[in-house]
Design a protein around this ligand. Structure first.
Ligand SMILES: [Ca+2]
Ligand SMILES: [Ca+2]
Length: 269
């Protein structure tokens, strides 16, 4: 009963703040800015097709108050051989933002951005410091152009259990509460990765303290059809209500009261 009350309060407040709901992308032509090799192939959003040396990005065209906190869930599907990967990105760098292909995963070069990369290709031998061929990592250089070089990782974890290009889609949940960003794969009980970051102190926010959210992906010598099947994002209300809504989100995310929000990555670069 109490959980229902939290949920109701959350949904009412969140609706006033704006959010993103794409149960599929069939009607997304007018609400997404697509760049590079991205296109809509209903019902999916294809970031890059299965060909080498491509990069694509897709941005929701309404900037949102992401710096005060947000929760997003999405599923991605990588169909083909091993490829560079995909990234969830928040930024204020324009709706034409698109970074470098290959190891850049489409976000390397986007200024004023934070990227959560799902990297599927080991570029350590090329000098970018990748810890493995299968890892999650959070990258930013503040307002400078972002870099996929592992020197700019705030934290990373290698996922040994499965490759990104498994047959089934990968479900991701990202929860940001000022000071902490956590990433879950496949509804696991504990976050796979938590990094300490304050978005408002890291990026230069746009008008009305907003940021742009979306995805990038890229291919190199390895390539695969890389698509998003579903995407939802909800802004967490203003600081005055943050305690209540943090509790609400924690309940939804399965975070137990009093649990430390961080844990050591399973591997480090
Ligand atoms: Ca890589
Ligand atoms: Ca990497």
């Amino acid at each position: 009963m109490r959980r229902t009350s939290f949920a109701t309060a959350f949904l009412v407040a969140a609706s006033a703040l704006g959010d993103i709901h794409y149960p599929d992308f069939s009607n997304a032509h007018s609400t997404l800015a697509l760049n590079g090799d991205a296109f809509i192939d209903a019902p999916d959003l294809v970031l890059v097709p299965d060909a080498r040396d491509l990069a694509g990005s897709a941005w929701h065209i309404v900037p949102l108050s992401l710096a005060q906190g947000f929760k997003t869930t999405f599923t991605f599907d990588i169909d083909g051989s091993a490829t560079d990967g995909i990234a969830f990105v928040i930024h204020y760098a324009g709706f034409d933002a698109l970074g470098r292909h290959g190891s850049g995963i489409g976000y390397d070069g986007i200024p004023n951005s934070i990227a959560v990369e799902f990297d599927g290709w080991f570029n350590g031998a090329d000098g970018n410091g990748d810890p493995s061929d299968n890892h999650i990592s959070v990258h930013t250089r503040g307002t400078d152009p972002n870099s996929s070089d592992h020197a700019y990782s705030l934290g990373a974890i290698t996922i040994d259990e499965f490759p990104w290009n498994r047959p089934d889609p990968v479900k991701v949940t990202i929860l940001y509460i000022p000071g902490s960003l956590s990433v879950w794969i496949d509804d696991r009980s504990d976050p796979d990765l938590t990094v300490m970051i304050d978005v408002a102190q890291t990026l230069e926010l746009g008008p009305s303290s907003t940021l742009i959210a979306g995805f990038t992906a890229a291919t190199g010598s390895g390539h695969a059809h890389t698509a998003i099947a579903e995407w939802h994002l909800t802004v967490i209300p203003a600081p005055a209500g943050l305690g209540l809504f943090a509790t609400c989100f924690a309940a939804f995310a399965g975070i137990r009261p009093g649990r430390r929000p961080t844990r050591e990555p399973r591997s480090a670069g």
